[in-house]
Each structure stands twice: as C-alpha cells, then as structure tokens.
Design a protein around this ligand. Structure first.
Ligand code: GRG
Ligand code: ZN
Length: 313
C-alpha cells in the first residue's frame, strides 16, 4: 500500500479549477458551487487553501446569489438550498461569512420549511431529508437556528427512520448511507442524537464494510470511496466507529488514488473526479491519517473553521 500523494491531489484540484472548458468542468457546470466546496475543502484539509485567490472566489460566489437570498450553482442559475449551503461553507472556509447578509440567506431557508417540519429544496417543492440537513447546518453556521421550528424539523427526520435503524429521503424511503449522514448530522447539530437507536444504526452502518475494506451505501452494492464519508461520519457521530476496521478502509481509499496525475476515484482503477477526491481525503481525515487536518463529521468543515465560528469572539 502506497502513501497519500497529497501534493499530487493538490495539483489535480488546482488544474480542474483552471480548466474551465475541460470535459469535467462542462459536466459540472450546473453544480460549480458544490464543486467549489469539494475542491476548496480538500485544499484546506491538505493545508493548501492559501494557493487560491480569495477575492476571485468570493466575488464569484456573491454573483451567484439571488435577491430572495438563495444561491445558484453558477452565475445565472436558479437558487437552490443545495448550492446555498455550499456557498456558506466556502465563505466559512475563507473566514468571509461577514460578506453575506445572514438574515437574507436565513429568510430564504425559513421560507422552505413546510408545515410538517420538512424542507423543500427550492420553490418547486421537492422534499428530502438532504434539505433538512442543509437547512439546519446552514442556519447553525449563521447562528440563526432559532429562526426555524427545530422541534418539527427533528420530528420529521425521526419519521424517516426505518425498522433497520437507518433513514431514507422521506417517510418509508429505503435506508441509504447518504440519507443517514443527513439525518444523523442534522440531529447532531440540533442536539437530538438521543432519539437514535445507536446500536441498531451502528450495526447497519458497520455491515457496509466489504472484503476489500471499502464501504458500500446499501446492502449488496459495490464499495465506493464517497461512503468513507457518508458511513464513517455517521459512525463517528453515534460513537460506533470502532465497529469497522479503520486500517482496511485506509488501504481501500489509498488504493483509489491516481498516483501519477493525482485525484481519487470511487473504486480502484476507475477515473478520478473532484467529488471522490474530496470524500477520500475527508475520509482519511476522519481516520486521523497523518498530514490531513481534522474535519468535523456533522458540519463537513475543517474543525478549525467550526471552532472559529462557534468559539471565537
Ligand atoms: C456537506 C457533505 C455535505 C453534503 C450536503 C447533498 C447532501 C448534503 C447530502 C447528499 C447525501 C446523499 C444522498 C448521498 C449519496 C450520494 C450517492 C453516492 C448516491 C448514489 O446512490 P446510488 O443508488 O448508488 O446511485 P449505490 O452506491 O447505492 O449503488
Ligand atoms: Zn461515490
């Protein structure tokens, strides 16, 4: 097993950021804001955020904001709660949260809460526990969690809990590791993790580790590096991370690196992308791999950024 080729991954992220007309950039056009969060968080975790032009990024983010307060995935794209969280997270990385009007962003999110406590993603109304997480995470980062009905939001999330201990995107929806991260993360931030059966959920989550050491997102599915984030962060939040083999998971993630050109793929020998590079590095961060800064499992931001937001005057 080789080591983490951190410097190669930094070069890979920087090169994708520059190549605006590359294949990957064209495919990613509609979710540039999420791509910015994945790439820039990876650079921060590897201690290389200072190689980026802060002013350029911040002014691009602000040009994606709409009058009603939400952010689009790129300039001229419709606002959505998905991109709004990424915009807030990137500004947090750069210690630039003060450039936004927090009340305006808050009003946009408050307007997306439904009567049953759930959240829609935008004006078109799709409901998903992903949006509950995003609303709670985003408002917490803006110190405005009291502006929504948190009790109802928590009740809705609990109504999406299944008999197997996992969570789905709506009540009755199949348990999926991505949705579990969202529900557990939201409950962690809301201070309501006591409502989760940690042994039952921990059992479901630790069963996601397959022979190769990688984690899958549901029973019978293939392992994928991104579940090193969705599953592992959830196990940490419910205090059951010792139920999987950390060593085997580290080996699986390192085996997914392109050691020549940088970047990490979903599984060994596949093509790399920024999404899986971020989740690989973030997974190694949760596994306390040397040279990678610690990341907070609930906010999905470096611990030093979260501490700056909540513990500095
Ligand atoms: C701040 C990290 C962070 C996230 C923001 C958008 C969001 C909140 C969370 C998304 C959670 C989610 C549903 C993740 C799953 C993504 C994924 C790999 C889906 C693939 O599902 P399938 O069914 O693949 O295509 P499998 O692996 O089941 O074969
Ligand atoms: Zn994946």
């Amino acid at each position: 097993m080789g080591d983490l080729v951190a410097e190669k991954h930094v070069q890979y992220i920087l090169s994708v950021q520059k190549k605006k007309d590359s294949f990957e950039s064209v495919v990613m056009e509609h979710l540039r804001m999420n791509g910015a969060y994945w790439g820039l968080t990876t650079l921060h975790l590897l201690g290389k955020l200072d190689t980026v032009d802060v002013h350029e990024v911040v002014s691009w983010i602000m040009s994606c904001q709409h009058d009603e307060g939400g952010f689009g995935g790129n300039v001229g794209h419709d606002p959505h709660i998905l991109y709004t969280l990424s915009a807030v997270q990137v500004l947090a990385l750069f210690n630039k949260l003060d450039v936004i009007d927090a009340d305006k962003v808050t009003n946009y999110i408050v307007g997306l809460q439904n009567e049953d406590g759930s959240f829609s993603g935008d004006i078109w109304g799709e409901v998903d526990t992903r949006f509950s997480y995003i609303a709670i995470c985003c408002l917490s980062l803006l110190h405005r969690l009291d502006r929504i009905n948190v009790d109802k939001a928590v009740k809705y999330i609990i109504s999406c809990q299944n008999m197997d201990g996992g969570f789905g995107c709506t009540p009755g929806g199949e348990s999926h590791a991505g949705q579990i991260f969202c529900c557990v993360g939201a409950l962690a931030i809301a201070g309501s993790l006591d409502l989760v059966d940690k042994d039952l959920l921990g059992w479901w989550l630790c069963e996601r580790q397959v022979k190769s050491g990688g984690l899958n997102g549901r029973p019978e599915k293939l392992p994928d590096v991104c579940y090193s984030w969705w599953v592992l962060s959830s196990l940490i939040m419910i205090d059951r991370v010792h139920w999987i083999s950390k060593e085997k998971l580290i080996k699986f993630i390192l085996d997914c690196q392109d050691t020549d050109n940088g970047g990490i793929s979903d599984r060994p020998d596949d093509a790399v992308d920024v999404f899986h590079t971020y989740f690989g590095v973030a997974g190694l961060s949760l596994l306390e791999y040397p040279g990678v800064k610690p990341i907070d499992p609930a906010y999905a931001l470096p611990v030093e950024v979260v501490n700056r937001i909540f513990f500095s005057k």
